[in-house]
Design a protein around this ligand. Sequence first.
Ligand SMILES: N[C@@H](CCC(=O)N[C@@H](CS)C(=O)NCC(=O)O)C(=O)O
Length: 217
Amino acid sequence: MKLRYSSASPYVRKVSVLAIETGLDGHIERVPTDVWDPSTDLPGDNPLGKVPTLIADGGEALYDSPVICEYLDTLHDGLKLFPPPGGARWTALRRQALADGILDAGVARRLEALRPENERSASWSSKQAAVVNRGLDALEEDAVGLDGPMTIGHIAIGCALGWLQFRFPDDHWRDGRPTLSGWYEVFSARRSMRETMPNSPQASPSKGSSTPVVRGP
Ligand SMILES: N[C@@H](CCC(=O)N[C@@H](CS)C(=O)NCC(=O)O)C(=O)O
């Protein structure tokens, strides 16, 4: 399998964390991809032009991160990170959707800030910031329930919080959210999270690839 990635992408990080947690990381060749390079061949694999994109062993390209994560979860015999049909599954999927939605708004805000000053919209940026804050408040309310078996929901939340810390450190997402903050402290100490910190070796190329790509989100 090949994973097209950029090292700072929190969506890619979800895949990398899941791969480490399930023991699949050694089976994935990592291919650095600059999604912002106009000449990138990424659309040949993913018409949306986004990472992560996984090329399965049979040659089929899979995207986006929830699809790739669920696919990888079928390839191992350990504890499943996508629970079987039932209440636990819906909770895990809702948590993943909430965390990914926080990221979507955070990434939109960051991309807006990277535009030339005269093209930026302050109202658009504050709308995205409000989405992030509402999402974080919902996570704080839900945080007591994060004890228990790890699922894709936990991984997505951990990656979203880590990315907010990385890109918006001055926003201090932990302020006023003690339960979520305490949970993140423990979760981010896992080997899978430590090894996939933005700019860490696992976030950067490993097998047979060259320069890390740290652009955009
Ligand atoms: N919903 C997608 C989001 C992926 C995404 O937005 N990736 C960003 C990098 S962090 C990207 O490739 N952006 C390129 C673009 O928007 O053109 C997922 O979960 O995989």
